[in-house]
Design a protein around this ligand. Structure first.
Ligand SMILES: C[S@@+](CC[C@H](N)C(=O)[O-])C[C@H]1O[C@@H](n2cnc3c(N)ncnc32)[C@H](O)[C@@H]1O
Length: 258
């Protein structure tokens, strides 16, 4: 069976159900802390640095950075549900971040607004066509000269090596997530079904994600104008070898706007 995908899938998938289906990666505070440790190792962030967490979802990296004293964090995401969640969490934790709903291809922020731009947690490859190049160019435009960009995506070679066409895991005693996957060239097509004992089928959605290798990722940054581009492979925040989809075996690429 071939998995067909609505090209606008990414506009609706990232909601309350996503926070359950991907909770093992995106709602695990130890993992977020580890990822923020890596951000702080790779980038020369100072307490007053202006940091943009682009495609930042429910703000876990911005909130952790803010909790560590990096007090000028801006979160941008397309999902209003996740932006509202981030704002509520910030208020609950008495942390101050700016949270904006917008499209990363065209954010509306003025040129050179930030010292650092981050795209964490495999947030590229969702939109067909030149979207990822547009996002890179937007990140470049938003950085001040001398500023650093960091992008974190899953590693195509690891996904192809460990490819698993079917996977499932329990979210809790009542809910299970089942995923079917197909590889078509450099794109993974997936169907995700979430079943709950009381409510029945609470999600049945397909999605497609283009994968990057280290060379194609480096070329994407260079084409946007970044210099000193370095790609590090083998970043696996999950300690066990379980099936974490796109959230293990990641590559971290950095580049600088000169
Ligand atoms: C897998 S989630 C990762 C979120 C976050 N970076 C993290 O690590 O928790 C991908 C996020 O990218 C966002 N996204 C994808 N394309 C986008 C776009 N064109 N503009 C803004 N946000 C986008 C989605 O809404 C989603 O929240």
């Amino acid at each position: 069976m071939s998995i067909t995908v609505n090209p606008d899938w990414w506009k609706t998938l990232f909601d309350e159900v996503y926070l359950m289906t991907d909770a093992r990666s995106v709602c695990n505070e130890d993992i977020t802390r580890l990822e923020v440790d890596v951000i702080c190792e790779l980038l020369p962030i100072r307490s007053q640095s202006k940091i943009l967490d682009l495609c930042g979802g429910h703000g876990r990296h911005s909130l952790e950075l803010c909790a560590r004293g990096f007090s000028c964090c801006t979160l941008l995401d397309y999902s209003q549900v996740l932006i509202d969640y981030a704002k509520a969490r910030a208020a609950e934790c008495n942390l101050s971040i700016e949270a904006v709903q917008s499209d990363a291809r065209s954010t509306g922020f003025p040129d050179e607004s930030f010292d650092h731009v981050l795209i964490m947690g495999n947030s590229l490859g969702y939109i067909k066509g030149p979207a990822d190049s547009q996002i890179m160019s937007e990140a470049f435009r938003l950085l001040r000269p001398g500023g650093w960009f960091l992008v974190d995506v899953t590693d195509k070679s690891a996904i192809k090596r460990d490819f698993n066409p079917e996977a499932w895991h329990e979210i809790n005693d009542d809910t299970v997530v089942c995923r079917k996957r197909e590889i078509k060239g450099d794109t993974i097509h997936a169907r995700e079904m979430v079943l709950n004992k009381q409510k029945g089928l609470i999600r049945d959605q397909t999605y497609a994600i283009r994968l990057y290798g280290s060379q194609t990722l480096a070329s994407l940054l260079e084409a946007a104008g970044f210099q000193q581009v370095t790609v590090r492979t083998g970043f696996s925040p999950h300690a066990s070898k379980g099936n974490y989809g796109f959230m293990n075996n990641r590559m971290l690429a950095t580049g600088r706007k000169m």
